[in-house]
Ligand binder design. Structure first.
Ligand SMILES: [Zn+2]
Length: 461
């Protein structure tokens, strides 16, 4: 049994791993690097001979897990793609949006290799997408298998609590049990319920492949999501009272819907006044998918219909420059990292010279991204969010709040200690994050072997 890490470096990057067991080959996720362009953003697909993969498993529909799926499918034309119904639904929207972004880039900068795939290729390829429910064993063809059947390679999904449709997967092959976490959140968010991962009480876990995103950020003492929501509400009220408005840069998938549900809860509790909320076109499409799937997915507030109950205004990318930044409004716009030419990047520049306004960050941003740089800056610092714009002093307020869709590192350690895997493989984290988890688990679980998979290398499980 062998695992090959196909990511480019020890980083969050473009997730992709090849598992070989029982004479079969399974690709775990086929991501695209959020900070790269063209073929540079692909995983190391060239390390896997074309046409040799038996199936592709999709943990969830974030770009860094699904973004290169059509390219992987082209290389492995017989492989079915295994995912939940919700991942199918939102994955389709995410990939079509990627094509639009790549075509725009091609037009403007003639980026080599773009588009990496086409709308038609996505539509055609979806015939091979198989949807599977939670807590049900299935084989590499996506056919359901009873637990008593003697199948040499099976998989089973468990809700990961990260975004709509996200799963961790138990893989059983060669008499061993492997668990691939995907991205996980072990505590409730406003919509997503906490992960319901298996505890492996009756079945030892031989190998656990665990994400490490927040391994380098300790949770402050006494931190609660409710307390953080109160702090955010108080700060938004304060900005409104001085005649300002608020920009919240966030990811279109997951964070937009969690934020809308949070605003709804705060309004109902009388902690936030009614005010216009603006979201982007992609955020709106994905919010509609959350609404459509509300009764068929594990979530809190199943009756909440975000588009009806919050009635956000939808801003198209083309009219971003015409947005009027008026008092007592909330702009909840992607991208979360404020990448160039995205709505949040364009609108943020209208905020810089206005001390009454505020930009509030509520999720992860790579420190090297425009959002990461702005978050680290202080009022008065001079900053540019895109190379073609002259640097400007920041006069608006900048604040940071923690509403991560990723598990706090302490809860990851608790889960690993409960399961006691024989082998632990730490992925999806920067070196500092993986380093902290390695040190902590080594001290707490000396019986667990920890493996740090070198990018591009294979190792025996
Ligand atoms: Zn994710």
């Amino acid at each position: 049994m062998k695992l090959t890490n196909l990511t480019g470096a020890i980083e969050i990057g473009a997730n992709c791993y090849l598992l070989e067991a029982a004479g079969k080959r399974l690709l775990l996720d086929t991501g695209y690097h959020p900070k790269r362009e063209g073929t540079e953003g692909l995983p190391r697909f060239e390390l896997v001979k074309d046409g040799t993969v038996d199936a592709i498993l999709m943990s969830h529909a974030h770009q860094d897990h699904i973004g290169s799926l059509p390219v992987a499918m082209r290389r492995h034309p017989d492989a079915p793609v295994l995912m939940t119904e919700a991942t199918r639904n939102i994955g389709e929207t995410m990939l079509h949006n990627s094509v639009n972004v790549m075509l725009a880039e091609k037009n403007e900068h003639d980026t080599p290799g773009y588009p990496l795939f086409t709308h038609r290729e996505i539509d055609g390829g979806m015939r091979r997408w198989k949807t599977l429910p939670l807590h049900t064993r299935f084989d590499l063809a996506g056919e359901r298998v009873s637990p008593t059947e003697n199948c040499p390679f099976t998989m089973e999904f468990f809700d990961a609590g990260h975004i709509l449709g996200s799963v961790g997967t138990v893989i059983r092959a060669e008499g061993k049990t492997i668990f691939y976490s995907g991205d996980v959140q072990f505590t409730d968010q406003n919509i997503s319920r906490a992960a319901t991962f298996p505890d492996f009480a009756d079945e030892p876990c031989d190998v656990m492949i665990m994400e490490s995103t927040r391994g380098d950020s300790p949770s402050p003492a006494g931190f609660t999501r409710e307390g953080e929501m109160d702090r955010l509400a108080a700060d938004i009220r304060r900005v409104f009272e001085r005649g300002g408005c608020v920009l919240v840069p966030l990811f279109a998938l997951g964070k937009t819907q969690e934020f809308l549900a949070m605003v709804h809860a705060l309004r109902r509790a009388g902690k936030l006044p009614n005010c216009p909320i603006y979201i982007g076109g992609l955020g709106a499409k994905l919010t509609e998918a959350y609404d459509k799937l509300a009764s068929r997915t594990p979530r809190q507030v199943p009756d909440l219909c975000l588009m009806d109950d919050l009635a956000p205004f939808v801003i198209g990318g083309a009219n971003a420059h015409e947005i009027q930044v008026r008092p007592r409004r909330i702009f909840a716009l992607s991208s979360g990292m404020m990448m160039e030419k995205t709505l949040s990047n364009t609108v943020a520049r209208k905020f810089f010279s206005q001390p009454e306004n505020a930009i509030f960050f509520i999720g992860y941003a790579d420190p090297e991204s425009p959002a990461g740089k702005l978050r680290a800056a202080k009022t008065g610092d001079i900053i540019s969010l895109a190379p073609e714009h002259a640097p400007e002093p920041i006069q608006c307020e900048v604040g940071t709040f923690t509403f991560s869709a990723h598990a706090a590192r302490e809860t990851i350690v608790d889960y690993i200690k409960k399961v006691k895997p024989k082998k632990l493989i730490l992925v999806h984290g920067d070196p500092g994050a993986i380093g902290w988890l390695t040190g902590t688990i080594r001290a707490e679980l000396p019986g667990t072997e920890i493996v740090l998979p070198i990018p591009g290398a294979s190792f025996e499980l």
